[in-house]
Design a protein around this ligand. Structure first.
Ligand code: 6R9
Length: 635
């Protein structure tokens, strides 16, 4: 029996049991039947969570682009691989076939090689959502270079930190980017970043907005002429199963971003297998994930997972509100989208607008809807289900993380009965467990605890770039022999999981993970600021918004506090990016602290959420009087 495509609930349970009883045998079968290998593995899995060390398909050799491109040429060469929808609806969409994509990737790979990029070198990609972004990832993968995509909304400082952390040799960027009515000047952000980066030898520039740019002699080159001159075939570099494929940064609870390292074989097998089943993708379907490739969702479910399955994957350059709030639904109508995978924050933003924006479009092509990035609230779930899915397209609420590489808990559409706000059942091969405060695993149903995973799965991150110890401390030290996710979850009476949110110092704003520490660091760098604390509070579109409590060096200072708030937000924007700006800033004389000097965020969170009826135990506070002051002046 082929386990590749699950079609009934009974089959899910059967395959799940098999995948848990004998994971090695199960994944070996999937790997054998559905992928192209240059050399077979010697060993399916070896692992030790105490080190932690995890190796899948050791000894195998392959190239992921051969699986995403070359092997489809014979059967799918003229099928659309990437369907590009530009920012402006007036600009024509592009249908790039597998044949064309293969050629474009080969050319780009040759340009990278001509510019000194070799296997193992790190290449930073800082591009808007244009086809060159996907092509750049694949070109790196083809020659074994490790790509490090930085979301093109990050500031120059954030970009520089990431370039330096991975010691990248090259940046691929563009003259600019379109975001709705705005035009952003990416090249000067890169120029500014590179003032503090020593490892970059070459900058390749895609022309997109025709912004005026200054080229730095000997470093910066326009990409197009190089592509035009490049050879259109490029032999793949054979990769070992555990060779790194990419680095992708995610926020942590300390200031430095964590460069999660994903390797080749396991990542390929798991993203391809999850894509096929969780979206029930069939030939001829048109699949659209609205994420940006700058995040893991875009890596796994715009690029690698869909292409490994020979699917048509849509890349959208723009935003849901441009030229108006009908844009998403117009794209669905125009391209006859069958699968729409988006985020709760987008759903909430669009649900607030006039329903006519939806109703004027024909959405009958839709078959499956997806949600990712944060818990989807009941109201948004129903709006999505009723108005977009018309009660016939199942919603897959997919829980996973940058660190997990692929979807971990999710319904399978038409297979798993859905339940609003529940990510439902673990995917094939995934063994979740809920832990109580004392570190004991909670057995049975109707329990709530901290979500861990107790057995390796193929696409898990293998380390943090340059800091394996931090990898161990962050994910494998809280509970012995388990991967700790940082999320809380409950398991209902039938074993369905509902993710309740982060239990650490990460706050999810509009689906973006933000660590409190880097934002506080950015605020504290302002000369007038002595100390600060950031908490999240509920926001009806963003899910959470940020509330900052700031102590000034001279409290009661006569400076204009409004201007100071603006300066603080500007500072955050410069250091991290506009996504991390604070919605509210309250100047306080002190912060509630424990005797050991720890800020009691629990109290600040309650005040920010206007939930002050029960602040819990404040007796351990060093300075309980400050709580009343903060409440009295709360915004
Ligand atoms: C894929 C992605 C990971 C964090 C994760 C959790 C939250 C993601 C969710 C969800 C509830 C879902 N999260 N999907 N919470 N339901 N369906 O988003 O990766 O950016 O690393 O974020 O996002 O808190 O721990 P990443």
């Amino acid at each position: 029996m082929s386990n590749y495509h699950i079609k009934h609930l009974e089959e899910y349970f059967q395959v799940y049991r098999k995948s848990v009883r004998d994971p090695e045998h199960f994944w070996q079968e999937v790997a054998e039947e559905h992928f192209l290998w240059r050399k077979r593995w010697d060993n399916v899995l070896s692992w030790d969570f105490s080190k932690p060390e995890v190796k899948w398909f050791e000894g195998a050799e392959l190239n992921i682009t051969e699986n995403c491109l070359d092997r489809h040429l014979r059967t799918h060469g003229d099928h659309t691989a990437i369907l590009f929808e530009p920012n402006s609806p007036d600009e024509e969409a592009q249908h790039i076939t597998y044949k064309q994509l293969h050629e474009k990737v080969c050319k780009m790979a040759n340009v990278l090689k001509d510019n000194g990029i070799e296997k193992g070198d790190r290449v930073c990609i800082y591009l808007p959502m244009i086809p060159e972004l996907a092509i750049a990832l694949l070109a790196c993968a083809r020659i074994g270079a490790v790509h490090s995509v930085v979301f093109a909304g990050f500031s120059s400082k954030a970009l520089a930190t990431r370039i330096n952390d991975a010691a990248c040799k090259m940046v691929i960027t563009s003259d600019g980017s379109y975001r709705g009515a705005k035009k952003l000047d990416l090249k000067s952000i890169v120029d500014e970043a590179l003032e503090s980066c020593e490892t970059i030898e070459t900058v390749l520039l895609v022309e997109r907005t025709k912004n005026k740019v200054v080229l730095k002699e000997g470093r910066d080159k326009w990409l197009q002429p190089l592509l035009d001159a490049a050879d259109s075939t490029c032999e793949v570099v054979t990769m070992k199963a555990e060779d790194p494929l990419f680095i992708l940064y995610t926020s942590g609870s300390t200031g430095r971003p964590k460069g999660m390292v994903h390797t080749t074989a396991g990542y390929m097998v798991y993203t391809a297998y999850t894509f096929k089943n969780i979206f029930q993708y069939n030939d001829g379907d048109i699949y659209w994930c609205t994420a940006d490739i700058g995040w893991i969702t875009g890596h796994s479910y715009i690029v690698y997972g869909p292409l490994a399955n020979g699917a048509t994957t849509v890349m959208f350059e723009g935003v849901p509100s441009y030229p108006d709030f009908s844009r998403f639904w117009e794209i669905v109508d125009k391209h006859k989208i069958t699968h729409l995978y988006t985020a709760p924050t987008a759903i909430r933003a669009l649900a607030k607008e006039n329903i006519e924006y939806v109703e004027k479009c024909d959405l009958t092509s839709l078959k499956v809807l997806g949600s990712v990035g944060e818990p989807i609230n009941e109201e948004a779930w129903h709006w999505y289900n009723d108005n977009i899915g018309k009660n016939k397209s199942p919603i897959v609420d997919t829980w996973w993380q940058t660190e997990t590489g692929g979807i971990m808990i999710s319904p399978i559409p038409f297979v798993t009965p859905t339940k609003p706000t529940y990510a439902t059942l673990p995917f094939i091969g995934i063994q979740p467990s809920l832990m109580d405060e004392s570190g004991k695993e909670m057995k049975g149903n109707q329990v709530e605890g901290r979500l861990c995973i107790k057995y390796p799965w193929p696409s898990m991150a293998r380390t943090i770039w340059g800091d394996h110890e931090r990898y161990r401390d962050t994910y494998f030290s809280a509970y012995e022999n388990k991967y700790f996710t940082g999320d809380g979850a409950m398991r209902d009476e039938v074993g369905y999981y509902r993710i309740t949110g982060r239990v650490d110092d990460v706050i999810i704003v509009s689906g973006h993970n933000l660590g409190t520490a880097p934002i506080e660091d950015a605020i504290n760098e302002h000369p007038a600021v002595a100390e600060s604390a950031i908490v999240g509070f509920p926001h009806d579109v963003k899910g959470n918004a940020l509330y900052g409590y700031v102590i000034l060096k001279e409290y009661g200072e006569t400076r204009n506090l409004e201007n100071l708030s603006k300066e603080i937000n500007q500072q955050i924007s410069d250091r991290i990016g506009p996504i991390a700006k604070l919605d509210k800033i309250q100047f306080v004389s002190g912060l509630p602290k424990t005797r050991s000097g720890k800020i009691m965020r629990r109290i600040l969170r309650k005040i920010a959420s206007k939930d002050t009826s029960n602040l819990g135990d404040t007796s351990t506070l060093l300075n309980p009087e400050v709580v009343q002051e903060i409440m009295d002046n709360s915004l």
